[in-house]
Design a protein around this ligand. Sequence first.
Ligand code: 5GP
Length: 194
Amino acid sequence: MKLLKERIRKDGIVKEGNVLKVDQFLNHQMDIELLNEIGKEFKRRFAQKQIDKILTIEASGIGIACITAQYFHVPVVFAKKSQSVNLDGESYVTKIESFTHKRIYDVIVSKKYLKEGEHVLIIDDFMANGCAVNGLLDILEEAGAIVEGVGIVIEKGFQDGGKSIRERGIQLESLAIVDAMNPAEGSLTFRETE
Ligand code: 5GP
């Protein structure tokens, strides 16, 4: 997605540790006009799919998922991160290692909001090693929901998450794929996808 790549080049900051900061427009301050274009693009890429619900994870995925959901006319459910989970049987629970905070969280979704046979699209801001998306896929499997695809705003193609999701035969649509980042120069290289 050309507009997104231009914005990453203009306002993204390449940090040490394979971290790309995009908090000028995506996950701290949010450019809603850009998010609208992102939502439209996800709709275009998953236009053939039946989507009943969008699943994301707090916090950065929520805004993107909400704007995207307006194009699909479906509700959004976000998985909640929690320090300690009360295993009462009323929630799906999994563990996710946070790439940015290097911590393991319990992540929960209430069984009330995810049902067997529902067609679900996963949306998130970044794909790095794939822990967040794999955790959401575990929850969908436990629920007996149908995974229609995964939409990611920025995939870091030099990390393994995207590859592992595609190898599982899941439709993964990343709107910008960064294949290399150089923090010393502040430069990055995009994969030519369109
Ligand atoms: P993964 O679980 O695929 O290793 O990492 C994805 C999650 O970590 C995303 O939900 C995102 O919030 C965060 N993340 C991973 N890499 C980056 C990055 O380069 N920049 C930012 N801002 N967040 C990242």
